[in-house]
Ligand binder design. Sequence first.
Ligand code: FAD
Ligand code: DLZ
Ligand code: SF4
Length: 504
Amino acid sequence: MVSRLVLVLGDQLTDTVAALAASDKDSDIVVMAEVSDEATYVQHHPKKIAFIFAAMRKFAKRLRDDGWDVRYTQLDDSENAGSIPGELLRRAEETGASEVIATQPGEWRLIEALEDMPLRLTMLPDDRFVSTQEEFDAWAEGRKALRMEYFYRDMRRKTGLLMDGDQPEGGKWNYDAENRKPAPEDIAFSGPMQFTPDDTVEEVLDLVEARFGNSFGQLRPFWFATDQTQARRALTHFITYALPRFGDFQDAMMNDNRFLYHALISPYLNVGLLDPMEVCRAAEEAYKDGHAPLNAVEGFIRQIIGWREYVRRIYFREGPDYPRRNALNHQRKLPEFYWTGETDMNCLSKAITQTAEEAYAHHIQRLMVTGNFALLAGINPHEVHEWYLRVYIDAFEWVEAPNVIGMSQFADDGIIASKPYVSSGAYINRMSDYCKSCRYKVNDKTGPDACPFNLLYWQFLDRHSEKFSGNQRMNQIYANWRRMDEDRKKTILSEAEAFLENLS
Ligand code: FAD
Ligand code: DLZ
Ligand code: SF4
C-alpha cells in the first residue's frame, strides 16, 4: 500500500487533529519540520520560536510512542529544505508518497503555499473549534453588523455552557458591567504556573539563541508549558487560584504585576495543547462547585467561545487581503520605541518592556495602551499588525489580525468594532497605576506636561470627524468637542501636531 504524508504543523499539536484523525497509523507517514520560512516570515519573538519547536519535538515523540512513523526535521538538519512545501516534497521523494493530508493552516499564506505544491493535497477543515465556518457564514448572511455578542449567545446555546434550559445562567448573557474594577492595591495570585526547562527545552533554547538571539525580545528565562500534561497543570492552577477574581480585575493594569489574574493559556490553546471545550468545562465546573462567581466564569468563557471563535471566523470570511486593510488611511511609521520601550510615556514603556521580556501582555495592555496609541497617532495598520505578529507568543495570523486590524485599529472599517477603541489618558489612569509614576501629568490637557494621549485623542476625533461624528455611540464625545472653546481646540490640535512631528 502506498503511504500518504500527514502534515502536522507547529500549531496543530493535537492527537485528534483532522489530518491525524483521517490517517492510518500503520501505513501513513507523519511529516513535521522546523523550517526557516516559518521561523522568519516575520521575525518572531525568540520565546515564541522556542515554545513551538520544543512543543513540536515533544509532540513528535508522543506520536512515535503511539506507533506513528514520524519524519521530523530539525532546523539545523543539513538536508532541511527550509519550507513546509519543500519538506513535503523531500519526504515524498524519500518515501515514494504522492499524496498529502493536511489540516487547514491558520494563515492564508501557508494555505496558498500548500495549494501550489505539485503533490495531491487533501486539506481538511481544522475542527478544533466550537464553531464551523459554514455555521458562521449562515449566521452572518443578511446581517448588517456582525456583532460578537449575538454570535456568542448562539455558541452558548450550542455548547450548553452556563445555560439553564434555554435561558442563560443567572438570567443575563453578559456580566461585563461587573468586570471593570480598577487596579487593586494587591494581587493575591502569584502568577501562571512556570516550568523548569527539561533537556528537550534546553536544547531548543540553545538552538534558538544561536539562530534568533538578536531578534526583539528575551529568550530566557523560559518557563512556558511545552506539552499537554504541563498545559493542563497550568490550566488547573489558573482555575484554582486566579479564576475567582479573573472577572473583577480583567481590565486592570499594574506597574509591578504583569499577569494579574489572567490565565496565560492562549499559547497552549493556539497550538493545540489545550482544547477550548476542555478549558470552558473546567471553568464551568468551578462555578457549579461554588469555587468561582458567575461574573468571572461567564467573562472567561465568553473570551473563548465568543471572541476567540468569532475572530477565527472573521479571518477566514474576510479573505487574504484582510491584514492589508487601511480604512482610515493611516500612513505614519511605527515609532522606534515600540522596539526599545524607551519612551517617557510610562504606560507604553511598561507594556513594551514587559512584551520584550515575557512575549506576553494582557488584553487591555494590547488594546488600550499599545493599540490605542498606534490608532491615535495614525500608524500604518499593517506595520502595527506585523509588530503584534512578531512580539507575542500566542500570535498566529487568524487570531492576531482580526484583533489588530479590526478590533484595535479600525482598519477593516468597523466589521469587528462598532466604534474605534480610543481613549484619552483618563481611561488608563482609571484602570492602572501607570500614571502615578509617569513624567507626564494625566490631568494636564495641554502644556509641556500634558499626557500625549489627551492631546492625540481629540486630534484623532477631529481628524476623523467626517467618519465618526454621525456614529451614535460617539455623539456625546463629539458634542463635547464642539462645545470646547475655540482657542483651546487650536492649542490642543497644534500641540498634538507638534508631538506627532517629533514622533516621526
Ligand atoms: P485571558 O485574559 O486569561 O483570556 C482567556 C482566553 O480567552 C485567552 O487565552 C484567549 O484564548 C481567549 N481570548 C481572550 N480575548 C480574546 C480575543 N480578543 N481574541 C481571541 N481570543 C481571546 N490573542 C491571541 O491568542 N493571539 C494574538 O495574537 C492576539 N493578539 C491580540 C492583539 C490585540 C491588539 C488585542 C487587543 C488582543 C489580542 N489577542 C490575541 C487577544 C487577547 O489579548 C489574548 O488572547 C490574551 O491576552 C491572552 O492572554 P490570556 O491567556 O492570559 O488571556
Ligand atoms: C510559528 C511557527 C514557527 C516559528 N515555526 C514553525 C515551524 O518551523 N514549523 C511548523 O510547522 N510551524 C511553525 N510555526 C507555525 C506556523 O507558522 C503556523 O502553522 C502557520 O502560521 C499557520 O498558523
Ligand atoms: Fe500613559 Fe499618559 Fe498615564 Fe503617562 S500620564 S502613563 S502617558 S496615560
